[in-house]
Design a binder for this molecule. Sequence first.
Ligand code: SF4
Ligand code: SF4
Length: 118
Amino acid sequence: MDVYVEKQKCTGCAHCFDVCPVAVFAMKNRSDSEVNADTAPEGDKWTGKHDTVVYDKWSKVQDGHKHFAENFEGGSGGISVVIAGSSCILCQACLVECEGECIVIKDDSENIYKSIYK
Ligand code: SF4
Ligand code: SF4
């Protein structure tokens, strides 16, 4: 199983971090040296630019999350990085909770699962 986050779309809501039963995700500050440590392909790495569609959708939403904040603090902010993708049990909890619809899971048969926000 391989899991990665399309970083430019990550709002920092930390839903993935909160719901994953096997601790696949870690929240990192956007300037952290490990921010691109997962298997996200080159075009999906964090380079300092947000996806404009996701940014326009979520930047003004007041739901208690620090959307697009530089640092992870107080339960949200920063950016999600996959630290244990091989532990994924494909429960799909993260896929329906991901605000940025930016989690990609590839199983061992190369089937691809993408997040669709509930
Ligand atoms: S699908 Fe995988 S990565 Fe997502 S919450 Fe479930 S175990 Fe965690
Ligand atoms: S649920 Fe999605 S948008 Fe929210 S922190 Fe995780 S990867 Fe980023």
